[in-house]
Design a protein around this ligand. Structure first.
Ligand code: SF4
Length: 144
């Protein structure tokens, strides 16, 4: 996690990368900011630049086209930084596995601190994981 837990105690600035998803996960992530889930109420927000972020969320299996862009975005996020793989594709369990264009998930390109399973995970589940990260609780597996 790059020592970022204390950094996230009261706010979380998120830069999201679509690394070849079907957009199902994006729809659920976008819903975090609607009036129902209102993630900003919990101190979470999505920023336009990785330089303003402390958390990188990634969806999709990381297609060959997106691997380099993901790595460059990761490098642009200041340290300490946290990487969250959103959805089964990002976690390496992609329904498109075996396709010539599909990679093996986020951890094949950058270190992953937390995985949020589901195809897609619901906004409530995504929010639960992100809030657990902010609270410093380890309610699910991580591979880094
Ligand atoms: S996990 Fe499911 S919803 Fe998300 S990008 Fe993959 S196929 Fe689409």
């Amino acid at each position: 996690m790059d020592g970022g837990r204390r950094l996230l105690r009261h706010s979380m600035q998120i830069r999201h990368v679509d690394a070849g998803s079907c957009n199902g996960c994006e729809a659920e992530i976008a819903a975090l900011l609607n009036p129902v889930y209102d993630a900003q109420r919990h101190g979470l927000d999505v920023v336009a630049s990785p330089r303003h972020a402390d958390v990188l969320t990634v969806s999709g299996p990381v297609s060959r086209q997106m691997a380099g862009a993901l790595r460059r975005t990761y490098d642009a996020v200041g340290s300490p930084r946290v990487v969250v793989a959103v959805g089964d594709c990002a976690a390496g369990m992609c329904p498109f596995a075996g396709s010539y264009a599909a990679g093996t998930g986020v951890s094949g390109v950058v270190p992953v601190d937390r995985r949020i399973p589901g195809c897609p995970p619901s906004p409530a589940e995504i929010l639960r994981h992100l809030r657990a990260l902010m609270a410093g609780t380890e309610s699910e597996s991580a591979d880094a």
